[in-house]
Design a protein around this ligand. Sequence first.
Ligand code: G
Ligand code: MN
Length: 238
Amino acid sequence: LDDVAGRFERALERSWVAFQPIVDIRAHAVFAYEALVRTEEDSMKRPDVLIATAERLGRVHDLGRQVRSAVAKAAASAPPGVLLFVNVHGLELTDEDLFDAKSPLAQISSRVVLEITERIGLDPIVGPTRVAMLRQLGYQIAVDDLGAGYAALGALATLVPDIVKLDMSLIRDLNRHPAKRRVVGAMATLVRELGGHVVAEGVETIPERDAIVDSGIELLQGYLYGRPTREFSAPTWS
Ligand code: G
Ligand code: MN
């Protein structure tokens, strides 16, 4: 018998948070780090498997709480001035702990950007109300994975995010796809007109970086600058 619940419990106990730099290439400085959940439980080393299991077992809130308290703890050793990006699962918008002004993460909310995707649970009415409550607590809001299929353009209009993260599927081989470049360039213009900033995710190569910069995007994240690591590692500039 495959004891999924037991394995998930172990995964939760053995979870930790990795940090990946988001660089501001114009300032030549780290803009932020994204917190990414990881676990030592062998069967859930892939984060998508860990998260899917949490969904299946109804444990999304528990996983989110674990991540948020780990980020709040790690924040003390983060370089001064950098923001911390934290993923929020759509189902967490119903977790009262996320809205607790006394929670450890809320104490540092001005340094935290919450990344929201529409993958699951972002009700068109409830979602924006909940997101407004998070802003009230001092958090900034990012729309994650735009262009991946689930994060709809509607989120731009209803949430008016501070930051929009373009999914790596839009970024991959950008230099070799004129049509993709047109889409990315138009997205960047649209987001700026709404008063937000754009982060390009999953930047792996120098030609991709050059095409992104040509599109007017200055915040970049990806293996070209650094993988997720236990520490707040300095980026590699290439
Ligand atoms: O859904 P979200 O965008 O938060 O997921 C980010 C995931 O993408 C993380 O698991 C991270 O390890 C991975 N990632 C970060 N940078 C890169 C990259 O440059 N290339 C690829 N293939 N994956 C990346
Ligand atoms: Mn993310």
